[in-house]
Design a protein around this ligand. Structure first.
Ligand code: NI
Length: 172
């Protein structure tokens, strides 16, 4: 396994719709393993393939706390087939927008269909932080960032900050 570079905004790859995975083969599994290692190293609780520059529909999640055994979840081609009317708010962050956090309101519970690491069809009902995390990661597969759910003023402010930072790092 190896760690991958995580793209930061304003990288335009983060705004693109990722392609479905037609076959869960060794290259997909290798990407999932590398994503997991990258996510643990960051550290983060969720990572979507576009964040490491692969525009395909793959997600890794692990909500286990530091003192708990690792509990990785691999979602391939995940789709939300039901979401609750009830909503909940969590303070979200994103490895592609480091050190920025905002409250985001989303459906409190979701039912998700996906394929697992072996390509088997699976389904899960999620609530709490897992529900939020799954929605955040599936958004990534559709080119949507959590800042797209906050006020335009706040979004433009954080976007500009990262544009400046990217220019500075490119030596412009
Ligand atoms: Ni994110």
């Amino acid at each position: 396994m190896s760690t991958l570079d995580i793209l930061l905004i304003p990288d335009q790859r983060l705004k693109q719709v990722a392609a479905p995975i037609t076959s869960v083969d060794t290259s997909v599994r290798k990407l999932l393993d590398d994503m997991l290692e990258t996510m643990y190293a960051a550290p983060g609780i969720g990572l979507a393939a576009p964040q490491v520059g692969s525009l395909i529909r793959a997600v890794t999640i692990d909500l286990a706390r530091e003192n708990e055994p690792k509990a990785p979840l691999f979602l391939i081609n995940p789709r939300i087939v039901w979401s609750s009317e009830e909503r909940s708010t969590y303070q979200e962050g994103c490895l592609s927008i480091p050190d920025y956090y905002e409250d985001v309101e989303r459906p409190a519970r979701v039912r998700v269909e996906y394929q697992d690491r072996t390509g088997e069809e699976q389904e899960l009902v999620a609530e709490g932080l897992l529900a939020t995390c799954i929605q955040h990661e599936i958004d990534h597969l559709n080119g949507i960032l959590f800042i797209d759910h906050i006020s335009r003023l706040k979004r433009e402010r954080v976007w500009k900050k990262f544009v400046k930072r990217a220019k500075f790092e490119a030596g412009e």
